[in-house]
Ligand binder design. Sequence first.
Ligand code: SF4
Length: 218
Amino acid sequence: MAIKVKKATKKEVEIIKERFLERYSGAVTELEYKNLYELVVAVALSAQCTDKRVNLITPSFFAKFPSPKELAQAPLEEIKELIKTCSFFNNKAKNLKAMAQRVMEAYGGEVPLDEKELKTLAGVGQKTAHVIMIEYAGVNLMAVDTHVFRVAHRLGLSQDETALKTEETLTKLFKDNLQTLHQAMVLFGRYICTAKNPKCDECFLSEFCKTKESFKAK
Ligand code: SF4
């Protein structure tokens, strides 16, 4: 069943796309990382956790586990201790260790830069794999997190109930520059079109807003 929200017209979609691209050309993730391994860890930690908190955790994490090799061999309790201020740290610790073990066993210690291969790693689903491919390789892909989902629905770009369906819809609507549009919608949702008390007076898309209701992705 679709979420009831008025659909943006073709013309509106075009203008929304143009404005996002104007405002956020060159936007990148706020997660701090130095290589692909660090990006995978940071993105995995960022699920249900703010980028700010992840950036506080990762310096000591990477000092202790500078590559998949050290992480694969680490006692689970040590991993948990380092990430305990992050939500769902128990599960994340297990997944990070399993991810590193697979990278060691199947890929000789090099994280694979390939969507299909990434999805074989523990804790890496489609959204995480897409975020990694967008950020690290600038691939034309959409990824839908809580911000993108909310923004897409408020602007009438999607009526879908799930994040995956919304990803499909946005991909079809926007077609190109998806990597920049993803970053744009994340930043717009994080700083302007926030879940509670959106800053509508600062909004450069207010004439296209269909509802200020807060939508949550399934
Ligand atoms: S007008 Fe407000 S709720 Fe609507 S898109 Fe802009 S910031 Fe979001």
